[in-house]
Design a protein around this ligand. Sequence first.
Ligand code: FE2
Length: 217
Amino acid sequence: MPHIPEADEPDRRYVPCGAVRVKSSAPRVIENFLDMAHFPFVHTDILGSEAHSEVEKYKCEIRRDVDEVWATDCVFTQPQAAKSASGAIRTDYIYRITTPFTVLLYKTCPMSETRWDVICLFVQPMEPGLCRAHPVMFLLDETSTDADLIGFQQVIFLQDRIILENQRPRLLPLEPRFETPTRADASSIAYRRWLKEKGCVYGTTLGPADTFTVTAA
Ligand SMILES: [Fe+2]
């Protein structure tokens, strides 16, 4: 488990958002979480708008000292960045992949200029092409109800699920040039390289076959 110091801050809301079954592979779910390019088209008028669809250049690296993948200096203009946001803001993001199936997001907090909201996604693989996602948030928000906060996150995640369940192949391709990346995909490229280096191929096209397709028939 990653150490999440924000979880111990007494004024932070601990918001577990339940478990969502997704007919996709765990690494596809992680990659979707890293991807900013889809915000305007999948989370229209919430996390993005079609008028601002460009993903600005950001930094991405495999941090060898801690064996994690980090994407920093990510910026996106978001109409409704969080439940607590009133109006569009330019939102800063830092992504931190701590294990092959765990990703943490530090995001501009609309309620504080000096602290981040923290959103974690723990993905539990069930089969190569099937998983359960557990989003957990540690937020600064004194006004929204738990139901409001969970509802906001679930709307976002269920929008993602539609896309994820229609992606083919369901397993994450690790062969070079199987999918054509763009500059916006720098974090995906680093994540795939990191998985490959580790030999962590479960849920990828180099791992065991996608039995879910068979068992679901
Ligand atoms: Fe999304």
